[in-house]
Design a protein around this ligand. Structure first.
Ligand SMILES: [Zn+2]
Length: 452
């Protein structure tokens, strides 16, 4: 059944809970006024709290945060009763590969209002898609789309890799970056990994020579483009830090990094993304499935077939995603331990941390990554900072998103449980607000996309 969102249905949903002012003559939601009345704000940037706060949203942005509803509100303003609820910034996932409509819409339902998208299989017009996703009414997180570079990476490990750019010389590298810039890209991602840690085999893939690697980054920076790097080993991590990249897409898995590395990252404002989730999702399916199935909040929005798939996984021997990863399960925990030590090093040094899931069920994987950050030594408040402001820093949008502040885009999540007590409380979502448009999670997943 088609079930379109409308002012009237929002009004009906709110009537029981709070004061809703009339719906007659409603304007388009994007430019309308939305008020969250008397909620507790938990700010991603600092973790600070404001109790009994009233947030006013107009034209898609937060226009005031105060104690009471201003008297000058328009008649058609919508009011969400914030009593007994927590408001946090929309979550940001900096490591996403799936560009399908349902995947993106489901991520939004999970409160993920912005993502860094590295499509393995590029959509027809990635930049047009990125542009369209910025609208409050687009049922997708705001996208930041990146094109990928790799020395080489086995096709059986990373589907779509054949389409990645693979410059062989400095001049080819510079030329490739310039052509992306000319076509409108604002960032690149470089995979610098011989895949040894994933596959357990040596020299499966070629890394870039240092000269080519440095040329890619220098040319991107000369054009004010951002550079994201996938590394898993110390040797490549060091090279990326020295080149002053914007953000890592994985935590270093082979060793513990020393204090010097964090100092350099802090100086270059490089963001650290652990991506524990990738290890468990790709390498240890048997422990992965129970993690999802063990929390009914995580399965609430799962389509039936995915639910069944996960149940099957818990029963099979050692299910894996790709054949090349047969032996990863033997090393998963050791890698996770190294990532944990490194992430604690980053946190202690003040290096910003971001949340990146790298595959898995839409949105569920983002929340699992948040759980894994908490499980491996960060407090719930520190994880919330990573999932919001840290992500905004990673994608360079901290002026617009990542915290609940006057003037910023109204990308917010209204929760029914306190995220500062346990980060898994971020799964209890009442409303997802993107640019001032409020959605119920179930409606986003189970109703057909709006045609307007
Ligand atoms: Zn990835």
């Amino acid at each position: 059944m088609k079930c379109q969102w409308s002012w009237a249905s929002l009004g009906m949903a709110l009537l029981g809970a709070c004061l809703v002012v009339g719906c007659a003559g409603a304007t388009a939601p994007e430019s309308g006024t939305l008020v969250i009345h008397l909620a507790t704000i938990v700010n991603g940037r600092s973790g600070s709290r404001v109790e009994n706060a009233t947030i006013v949203i107009e034209g898609g942005r937060i226009t005031s945060i105060g104690d009471e509803i201003p008297s000058s509100l328009p008649l058609n303003a919508q009011v969400i009763n914030g009593h007994g609820k927590w408001v946090v910034p929309g979550f940001i996932d900096v490591h996403v590969h799936d560009a399908s409509e349902l995947y993106l819409r489901t991520m939004l339902a999970w409160g993920v209002t912005s993502i860094h998208l590295m499509p393995n299989v590029p959509p027809e017009s990635p930049l047009a898609m990125e542009q369209a996703s910025q609208a409050a009414q687009a049922r997708s997180p705001r996208l930041q789309v990146t094109a990928m570079f790799t020395g080489e990476f086995p096709d059986n490990l990373l589907p779509g890799v054949s389409q990645f750019r693979k410059p062989k010389s400095e001049s080819e590298a510079r030329e490739a970056v310039r052509s992306l810039y000319t076509s409108g890209y604002q960032q690149i991602k470089i995979i610098q990994d011989d895949s040894r840690l994933w596959t357990g085999a040596d020299n499966l893939a070629l890394r870039f020579d240092k000269a080519v690697f440095d040329a890619l980054i220098a040319e991107a920076h000369a054009n004010k483009m951002r550079v994201y790097v996938h590394t898993t080993q110390r040797i490549d991590t060091k090279m990326a830090i020295e080149a002053g990249i914007e953000a890592f897409m994985h935590g270093t898995m082979d060793t513990q990094l020393e204090a010097d590395y964090w100092k350099q990252m802090l100086a270059a404002r490089t963001v650290w993304t652990p991506a524990y989730h990738a290890l468990y999702f790709y390498g240890d399916k048997k422990s992965y499935a129970p993690r999802v199935l063990g929390d009914p909040r995580l399965t609430a929005l799962l389509p039936e077939e995915q639910h069944e798939q996960l149940k099957t996984q818990t029963r099979s021997e050692a299910p894996i995603v790709f054949d090349a990863l047969q032996t990863l399960v033997d090393r998963t925990q050791a890698y996770a331990n190294n990532i944990a030590k490194n992430t604690q090093g980053a946190q202690a040094a003040g290096v910003p941390i971001a949340v990146g899931s790298d595959g898995g069920p839409a949105g569920v994987s983002t929340h699992l990554e948040m759980e894994l950050l908490q499980e491996n030594g960060l407090t719930a408040t520190e994880v919330l900072a990573a999932a919001t402001y840290g992500g905004a820093l990673a994608i360079g949008r901290q002026e617009e998103i990542g915290s609940v502040e006057t003037g910023k885009l109204a990308d917010l999540v209204v929760l029914n449980a306190d995220p500062g007590v346990d980060i898994r409380n971020c799964r209890e979502i009442e409303w997802v607000i993107k640019g001032g448009t409020a959605y119920k999670p179930r409606e986003l997943v189970f109703s057909e996309p709006s045609r307007n």
